[in-house]
Design a protein around this ligand. Structure first.
Ligand SMILES: [Zn+2]
Length: 282
């Protein structure tokens, strides 16, 4: 395992790589959104979910997301706040925008497990993005009876504004337009996750991007990817770097920045806050 060497030397190497790479593949995990200000506990939890915390003792927003609420009205009171503050509200402290400034003129593609839509909000081209795990802004049939997703912005805004005593009005509870069963979030939790046309097109564009730059000087820029789901970004980045002597792997992570021995000579590891690292790079 290769851990961080000299911080500023690694930053200089990264700067040089961003300037000289033929293509940049950004792999982004939860740590990037945390650095951008999307915290799911502490002050933000208290501010928006104080009543739910008091009633159920939730320690963070995620745990509430899995809670079996007694009624759909209460469930959607919870979820509409969750979606609104993490998807539609402006939160980014500049982290995503700074990242965009770094790569906007380059040949880039983004692979991410984040579902908060921040890449598009910061200006990234949606044809260069692959959100593998879904999007807070989309609903699907809970069965699912068909493979389509639905934009939820209008209803979520209404739910957020009109809820009272931890309940949304019953007429706002979303039902599948085809079978009438409840709708749910388009988030990958199990095999009922709907991969719609948009998902498949993005997957195809990502494969095509990799094929087109095969064997070239590719920079795999991994930001805030932990060990929860390494099979989506981290392990493939390691493999593709190992298979291509011209490829460079970069791991920016607070506390978990390392690369395996086999690709140590092709790796840059930066143990630091992503927001600060991007500031220094800019
Ligand atoms: Zn249905």
């Amino acid at each position: 395992m290769r851990f961080t060497r000299d911080y500023s030397a690694e930053i200089d190497r990264l700067k040089n790589e961003i300037e000289t790479a033929d293509a940049i593949v950004i792999g982004a995990g939860a740590g990037l959104s945390t650095a951008a200000g999307f915290t799911y506990s502490g002050e933000r939890l208290q501010k928006y979910f104080g009543d739910f915390v008091e009633k159920y003792g939730f320690r963070d927003m995620y745990s509430g997301g899995f809670y079996p609420f007694p009624t759909p009205e209460e469930q959607w009171a919870y979820w509409s706040r969750y979606i609104y503050i993490n998807r539609y509200m402006d939160v980014d402290n500049g982290t995503y925008k700074r990242l965009f400034e770094l790569v906007k003129g380059k040949e880039y593609f983004v692979l991410t497990t984040n579902v908060d839509h921040q890449f598009q909000k910061a200006g990234f081209d949606k044809h260069r993005l692959f959100y593998t795990q879904g999007d807070y802004g989309l609903w699907q049939c809970s069965e699912p009876c068909h493979q389509k997703t639905y934009d939820n912005e209008e209803t979520v805004r209404k739910m957020f504004e009109q809820q009272k005593n931890m309940r949304v009005p019953s007429e706002l509870v979303p039902k599948c337009p085809v079978c009438g069963k409840p709708m749910r979030m388009n988030l990958r939790a199990d095999d009922t996750f709907v991969e719609d046309d948009g998902w498949h097109n993005a997957a195809e564009r990502y494969d095509e991007f990799l094929r087109r730059h095969d064997g070239l000087h590719i920079l795999f820029l991994e930001l805030g990817v932990g060990m929860n789901t390494p099979v989506i970004i981290k392990y493939p980045f390691w493999k593709m770097t190992y298979a291509n002597p011209k490829a460079v792997y970069v791991c920016v992570n607070y506390g978990e920045a390392y690369a395996p021995d086999e690709i140590a000579g092709q790796s840059i590891c930066i143990n630091g806050d992503i927001h600060e690292v991007l500031n220094v790079l800019a």
